[in-house]
Design a protein around this ligand. Structure first.
Ligand code: GRF
Length: 209
């Protein structure tokens, strides 16, 4: 039997990307999908992302920045909590924190993030709003490996979404929802392919084997 990759998913909010992974794995089966979610971590309590994990019977953990004296201590604690589940891949799915040196030393090259814009355009916490403010006609989402910059790591896959005139009326809320529909499918596809086929990172190029 093929080995099933162990995933830890990190969330900060509604967790619909996490839910898409949970649903796909439940529908396909861990063996056929190639991965299972062994834990869900967060930087805050009381979020729907954690509730989704609990409903699915997946263990959860929370490491809040404010509970640690320094950002480095928080980063080390987060890395330790993730490492306890021995993941093959760590997925940042709407996790709104930048991890530090220790986390990247332990999980660099197997830590992926999903971002709601077509990188390298519009990195950072407001990718949807920034694309609208710039007047972009297309935007979308990017699944990429995390490096020590802000949304700068090697790109694995991207999905395109057209901007509509009416998107300016609600500050991008509807646009973000359309991006998230594409993003969830892309993330589910990418994580499964990385897990089933393996991959290598050649400079900026990600090759799925
Ligand atoms: C996604 O669009 C992600 O790219 C962004 O925040 C959103 C998270 O959505 N950083 P959810 O928590 O998975 O519903």
């Amino acid at each position: 039997m093929e080995r099933v990759a162990r995933l830890v998913v990190l969330v900060s909010g509604s967790g619909t990307n996490l839910q898409a992974l949970l649903d796909e794995i439940a529908a396909t089966g861990t063996g056929a999908y190639g991965a299972e979610i062994v834990a869900v971590g967060a930087d805050r309590e009381g979020i729907e992302g954690l509730a989704r994990a609990e409903r699915a019977g997946v263990p959860t953990f929370v490491r809040k920045v404010k509970d640690f004296a320094t950002r480095e201590e928080w980063d080390a604690a987060l890395a330790g909590a993730v490492a306890a589940y021995e993941p093959d891949l760590v997925v940042s799915a709407g996790f709104m924190k930048i991890v530090g040196k220790e986390f990247l030393a332990r999980f660099g090259g197997r830590f992926i993030n999903t971002h709601p814009a077509l990188l390298p355009s519009f990195p950072g916490a407001h990718g949807v709003r920034d694309a609208l403010a710039y007047g972009a006609k297309v935007t979308g989402c990017t699944v990429h490996f995390v490096d020590d910059g802000v949304d700068t790591g090697p790109i694995i896959a991207q999905g395109v979404v057209e901007v509509r005139d009416e998107d300016y009326e609600d500050e991008g809320a509807a646009l973000h929802e359309r991006i998230k529909e594409v993003e969830r499918r892309l993330l589910v596809d990418v994580v499964g392919r990385l897990a089933r086929h393996g991959y290598r990172i050649e400079g900026r190029k990600v090759v799925i084997q």
